[in-house]
Design a protein around this ligand. Structure first.
Ligand SMILES: CSCCC(=O)/C(O)=C/O
Ligand SMILES: [Fe+2]
Length: 198
């Protein structure tokens, strides 16, 4: 996984890196300060059929209470209304619950807003597990390879409910997010611990 600030405005093709020139990578510590958690599980630990071939996975899911999982294959041939779905994923939104995605195959970009309202682009590849906290403004796109196979982990029954702006700005999940991680927050998340392996 690597992360960087995107150029503003974004270039014509969102699936390109759109990296802001002259700036280095955004660090995992900076992502953790936004409440974004990251862990790496070797892709062999989670085969394409969703069986968790490794105790490490079970431990992670029990620790964070992600009892449910499904798989999402984002590609022109597999996902109906592909371009419309991609537009929906790329429309800035929040969720009332954490967004937990594990990449089994392919790649893509999760963009999250930072405290300066800039976009930080998180490039994910197989083995990357990303936890976006409830209430964070974010968006997703595949990259130019137009393919990702990701496991979606949930605490409750799988559901995908995006809350777009402007309604999201006053949503309790976003207000709580800003209380914990916003510019005025006294410290990054009272009980957050950086989850980062390897
Ligand atoms: C590969 S995850 C698909 C996009 C998604 O579930 C989401 O919520 C993007 O923000
Ligand atoms: Fe999302």
């Amino acid at each position: 996984m690597r992360a960087w600030k995107t150029q503003t405005p974004l270039g014509a093709d969102a699936r390109q890196p759109n990296r802001r020139s002259g700036e280095g990578d955004v660090s995992l510590t900076e992502l953790n300060a936004l409440g974004v958690l990251y862990q790496y599980f070797p892709p062999s630990d989670y085969d394409r059929h969703g069986t968790e071939a490794h105790a490490q996975w079970t431990h992670f899911r029990q620790t964070y209470g992600f009892k449910y999982a499904d798989m999402l294959e984002v590609s022109p041939g597999k996902l109906g209304d592909y371009e419309a779905k991609l537009r929906m994923f790329f429309e800035e939104h929040i969720h009332a619950d954490p967004e937990v995605r594990y990449v089994v195959d392919g790649s893509g970009y999760f963009d999250v807003r930072d405290t300066d309202d800039d976009w930080i682009r998180i490039a994910v590849e197989p083995g990357d597990l990303l936890v976006l906290p409830a209430g964070i403004f974010h968006r997703f796109t595949v990259d130019s390879r137009n393919y990702i196979l990701a496991v979606r982990l949930f605490a409750d029954e799988p559901q995908w409910v995006p809350i777009n702006r402007p309604a999201a700005d006053q949503h309790p999940a976003h207000l709580e997010y800003m209380r914990q991680y916003g510019r005025e927050a006294s410290d990054p998340g009272p009980d957050q611990k950086a989850v980062c392996v390897g």
